[in-house]
Design a protein around this ligand. Structure first.
Ligand code: ADE
Length: 317
């Protein structure tokens, strides 16, 4: 079709879903809890100006078999008309605990709960980042908007990664040169959430044609999410977003560039100065490697997963 929409998109799904309560609202649009054949589902309603994100997320979910415990499960997409206004819906599983951001604002964690959160996030990211060949295969995908608000907490204490509206594959970035994009959706480096942007995105030194650079940006943002999560381990500090003491609410690109590139500031990993626990020391070292100024020394997701498994296995107290 001329619209470029996958044929799989179900245009009648919205008729089967009833919206029950609004559970979120932001720049992207709204999220509702809905009901679909007696199941609770989440309905993300995009503002029509953000049609590109809806299209991107719909395309990724419809062309790639993305079933993984640590990636938000997709049900379908729909484009409907309400009062002659186009509505773009993305329907997924519903998770009553909401985002990791909300969860951390509400609760403190044991080290065990913290490890389960961090391990499950990196497990989801590892699946996204990995090329799988074969009939049930998938291309490697970079997320490009990892943050605590885009991660959902499941009732079993694990997390799943949501919001694939900026996701790219190797195919998308190849040939997407500055000024002369050959790819249909040449990614713009300045997309994503400024607070979580890596130094190479902020100082425009990132190689936009190299898929690996996008994975490394995800790893930088993951380290900031680990920091937020570790702060809530008892005895907990208050939940804060990364750079809360340095950046204003809704920081500008230039605010973040000064903090992250010029001053080379990073969050202070939470450690009890009188009695630092080995697990928390391990997490602090891991964060420092993953938010490193030099993208090429950041650890790949598989290495992070193995380090976390080792830290968890050695934590018997
Ligand atoms: N907030 C955003 N997406 C959600 C989902 N799938 N379940 C619960 N809360 C959400």
């Amino acid at each position: 079709s001329g619209s470029g929409l996958p044929l799989m998109v179900q245009r009648t799904l919205a008729k089967q879903v009833s919206l029950i309560e609004r559970i979120g609202k932001g720049r992207y649009g709204e999220v509702w809890r809905g009901s679909w054949y007696a199941d609770s589902v989440a309905v993300k309603i995009f503002f029509s100006r953000d049609e590109a994100s809806w299209r991107r997320e719909t395309e990724i979910y419809s062309t790639v078999l993305l079933r993984h415990d640590n990636i938000l499960a997709y049900i379908g997409s729909d484009m409907t008309s309400r009062n002659s206004c186009t509505q773009l819906w993305l329907i997924t599983h519903f998770h009553p605990l909401g985002s990791l951001y909300e969860h951390l604002s509400r609760t403190t964690l044991t080290r065990h709960q913290m490890m389960l959160i961090c391990l499950s996030i990196v497990n989801g990211l590892l699946h996204l980042h990995t090329d799988i060949h074969g009939t049930q295969g998938k291309p490697a995908i970079a997320h490009r908007d990892i943050k605590s608000k885009n991660i959902l907490v499941k009732v079993n204490g694990e997390c799943c990664i949501a919001d694939l509206g900026l996701a790219v594959t190797r195919r998308h970035v190849a040939g997407a040169g500055a000024g002369a994009p050959h790819a249909p959706h040449a990614p713009d480096a300045r997309q994503g959430t400024r607070r979580y942007m890596s130094p190479e995105v902020l100082d425009l030194s990132m190689n936009l044609q190299c898929f690996e650079s996008y994975r490394r940006c995800d790893i930088y943002a993951l380290a900031l999410v680990f920091w937020e999560t570790c702060r809530r381990v008892r005895p907990a500090r208050e939940h804060r977003p990364p750079f809360y003491e340095l950046a204003p609410a809704d920081p500008s690109f230039d605010d973040m560039r000064k903090i992250v590139c010029v001053d080379n500031a990073r969050p202070e990993p939470p450690l009890d100065p009188t009695d630092p626990h080995p697990t928390m020391v391990g997490m602090a070292n891991l964060m420092r490697e993953c938010w490193h100024q030099n993208p090429s020394v950041r650890l790949p997701a598989l290495r992070i997963k193995k380090t976390l498994l080792k830290l968890a296995a050695n934590d018997n107290s």
